[in-house]
Design a binder for this molecule. Structure first.
Ligand code: NAP
Length: 292
């Protein structure tokens, strides 16, 4: 593990999945971290503080709090919160825009935005197009910036165990290869960019650790469990939100575009493929119908 000499790196979303993984990777490199948090007293914020992370209380609707939290940092990572409807999409854009504007005001030397796969342009997926518009705002800000664009998280794959068989169901045709990445590796790649130990070719890295069809994903879990595995493609209508239906339509289209896993591995050579991720988590098949 290399030790960096670096100034403070600010992280927005540090109490969440991806921001948390960025903090893990930065602390592995002994980098000083300042977490921008809504509630410094929350259990998750306090757990960060116990690991040596400095806490800065912010509100995204209070620009002065953001500028103060970003003052004198060497680099800044931010993600934007999940949006499940169009109103939340507007909130997401507002938060992302406020964070960029604060980084400009605080003269942050280097910013990494956690966007999403395919956000190089608008694609008709509202909670991805929101990230495109934040990317555009960041690009126009004049800040030195890089985007990391994660594909769906391996952590989202949740097969069940039914009558001695591993069963995976997704609203995706069975011949479509889904691109995916582990949350750990989102953090590792973002940290490498923040620490300037790697560069994003063309200013953005599409984060793909593996690319597998539904039956192949099910088989990877089945192999780990030593059990037969089956994939069932569900109709898009099982998804409760228009946004998620648009997203899964886009996942099916994205399968047509080959992804360059080598770019990610050049930055993080230990990037996990799905089988490695399953092993690394110690995953075991959950108890299910017919398991007594
Ligand atoms: N799931 C996937 O497969 C996937 C793949 C690619 C991209 N994405 C994108 O990733 C994003 C979600 O990332 P995640 O899963 O890492 O998030 P997460 O675990 O839900 O964490 C959200 C973070 O944002 C903070 N936060 C939320 N609202 C805030 C507000 N109004 N003001 C200040 N802080 C706020 C939370 O802090 P508190 O502790 O204060 O709540 C927390 O640290 C979404 O934009 C999603 O579209 C998801």
């Amino acid at each position: 593990m290399s030790t960096q000499t670096t100034g403070t790196i600010a992280v927005f979303g540090a109490t969440g999945q991806q921001g948390g993984a960025v903090v893990d990777a930065l602390l592995d490199h002994k980098a000083p971290v300042r977490a921008l948090v809504r509630n410094p007293q929350s259990d998750r914020a306090q757990a960060l503080a116990a690991r040596g992370v400095e806490l800065a209380a912010i509100r995204t609707d209070d620009p002065a709090s953001l500028v103060a939290a970003l003052t004198a940092v060497e680099a800044f990572y931010f993600m934007t919160p999940e949006a499940n409807n169009l109103e939340e999409v507007e909130t997401e854009i507002r938060i992302g825009t406020a964070l960029v504007d604060a980084a400009v005001a605080a003269r942050v030397p280097h910013v990494v935005f956690n966007s999403v796969f395919g956000a190089d342009r608008e694609r008709g997926v509202p909670h991805h197009d929101s990230k495109h518009s934040i990317e555009e705002h960041l690009r126009k800000s004049g800040l030195r910036a890089a985007m990391v664009r994660p594909t769906p998280f391996m952590e989202e794959m949740a097969p069940s165990l039914e009558h001695g068989e591993v069963v995976l169901r997704l609203p995706l045709p069975e011949d479509v290869a889904l691109k995916m990445i582990s949350v750990r590796d989102v953090g590792r790649v973002a940290a490498a960019l923040l620490l300037d130990t790697a560069e994003a070719p063309g200013g953005a890295v599409e984060l793909v650790g593996d690319e597998l069809t539904g039956p192949q994903i099910a088989a990877a879990f089945g192999a780990r469990a030593g059990l037969p595995a089956r994939y069932e493609a569900l109709p898009l209508s099982v998804l409760p939100s228009d946004l998620d239906r648009a997203m899964f339509r886009q996942f099916a289209k994205a399968a047509e575009h080959p992804s360059d896993l080598a770019v990610v591995r050049a930055i993080e050579p230990a990037t996990l493929d799905l089988a490695e991720w399953i092993r690394s988590t110690g995953w075991t098949a959950p108890a299910g119908p017919g398991q007594g």
